[in-house]
Design a protein around this ligand. Structure first.
Ligand SMILES: Cc1ncc(COP(=O)(O)O)c(C=O)c1O
Length: 446
């Protein structure tokens, strides 16, 4: 290990094995385009857009300059009962990009806050309409909606939940996961067609158990991202929309990962042709360079909340929720510049074009390698699933993540799945390097 001057005694690293980190520190000191520079002077390809954030690539001048300009103009202003131009303009651009009547943007700072915000809107909306008995939320097994108590409760990744059992929201149920390892272990740039309907369980078990009129909202990631890029069967989201409509249940899409072009369309809602009642976003909205998240609500939800206060005095607040940094002018300036960059460089289209290149490379290089039990690609993301080492779940993928890092490629390990989701500026040569380094490493760790 090369010497480095950092003491590293005080930061408790998030979602990281802290005890072993200092033995093999992985530290990025600079980034440009597709690459990081490490503390020991090496180049590492960012194969995961820094966790689905840096979709336009690193160190993009227009975004950086917008932030600098904004700092010199209006650095910050409180968000409560006053506004700033950047927040209004960012909301306008996001609403214009969002499908249908998803027009009202509540800003927050992260995907976790977006999850809790959306759940709170759902409860408040139903209450405003005189249906305050709708208090149950339905999530899905292995879902990830961040780490705050609301998102964690509707989330379904066991390790994220197990220490907090008694404190999770009490009125939550979970639908079954959307993975069929027998018939659809390999998904190659397609929507799998299932013989059975996984949503029968929602109708026949979950809604029957709780009574549909008690359910406030169903929340799903259109594609289960953090769990390892699990792709729903064809027609799943459309059918989910129909079931929610039938019972007056709100449908929330958590598009923190799929939002802003990952599938080649602005949102997964566009890709699947299904409009939710709320759409959560974060990450790529600012190219990841500064925290910003939000929930886009339909006009119907907004109008119901305003209408419920029709006779209230003008100073009455309609929704008691918000963050000190909701609509931060610097974050919103970054969002405006990022959305313009996406448009100018046609980056969503580019993600749509490069997706099959990544998918083809993953399937042709990795299928048949030792321990590979599945490969899934759709949009500009692809995952390879490995058989776990007996008694040590997650170790094989973690070791491969480390090895790839040391060979110049950042891949994301999630359990025993390894995922690539590169910036949309990725070139064929990057994909070839990423996939061949991963293939070598999978062989090495057989
Ligand atoms: C679908 C989804 N929702 C929510 C979150 C949480 O976002 P954050 O880490 O910004 O709180 C994530 C993070 O990966 C995510 O993938």
């Amino acid at each position: 290990m090369t010497q480095h001057p950092l003491r590293m005694d005080n930061q408790w690293l998030p979602f990281t094995p802290n005890r072993s980190f200092k033995d093999d520190p992985r530290i990025f000191v600079a980034a440009d385009g597709m690459h990081f520079t490490t503390h020991d002077g090496r180049q590492v390809i960012d194969g995961i857009s820094s966790l689905w954030c840096v979709s336009a690539g690193h160190n993009r001048r227009p975004v950086n300059e917008a932030i600098k300009r904004q700092l010199d103009t209006l650095d910050y202003a409180t968000a409560f009962s006053v506004g700033n131009p950047q927040a209004f303009l960012a909301a306008e651009k996001i609403a214009a990009l969002a499908p249908g009547d998803l027009n009202k943007v509540l800003f927050c700072n992260s995907g976790s806050e977006a999850a809790d915000t959306a759940l709170k809107v759902a409860l408040a909306y139903h209450r405003a309409r005189g249906e305050g008995h709708r208090t149950l939320f339905i999530g899905r097994e292995r879902a990830y909606h961040g780490v705050n108590f609301g998102g964690m409760s509707v989330g379904g990744i066991p390790a994220n939940r197990k220490a907090y059992g008694p404190s999770l929201l009490p009125r939550v149920d979970h639908m079954r996961f959307i993975h069929d390892p027998v018939h659809h272990a390999y998904i190659h740039n397609e929507e799998p067609v299932w013989a059975e309907d996984p949503l029968l369980e929602l109708e026949n078990r979950i809604l029957a158990l709780h009574s549909p009129e008690n359910v406030a909202a169903v929340i799903v990631e259109p594609i289960a991202g953090s769990a390892g890029w699990y792709i729903p069967p064809q027609g799943y989201l459309r059918r989910l929309r129909e079931i929610c409509d039938k019972h007056g249940i709100l449908l929330i899409f958590d598009e923190v990962i799929t939002g802003f072009g990952r599938l080649g369309t602005p949102f997964a809602a566009d890709f699947y042709g299904v409009q939710p009642d709320m759409l959560n976003f974060a990450k790529a909205v600012t190219n990841g360079v500064i925290p910003l998240g939000g929930v886009i609500c339909t006009d119907r939800i907004y109008n119901a909340m305003m209408g419920a206060h029709g006779s209230a005095p003008g100073h009455a607040i309609e929704f008691f929720h918000g963050y000190t940094y909701s609509g931060h002018p610097v974050a919103c300036a970054a969002a405006i510049a990022t959305l313009e960059l996406f448009e100018q460089e046609k980056l969503f289209e580019r993600a749509g074009q490069m997706g099959p290149v990544l998918g083809d490379a993953m399937h042709s290089a990795l299928k048949g390698l030792p321990n590979v039990v599945g490969i899934r690609s759709l949009g500009l993301a692809a995952a390879v699933e490995l058989a776990p080492i007996a008694g040590l779940p997650g170790k094989r993928a973690f070791d491969i993540f480390l090895d790839c890092y040391h060979h110049g490629v950042l891949v994301r390990n999630a359990g025993d799945v390894l995922v690539f989701a590169p910036p949309f500026i990725v070139e064929r040569e990057h994909i070839e390097t990423m996939v061949s380094v991963l293939a070598d490493s999978i062989r090495k760790h057989a």
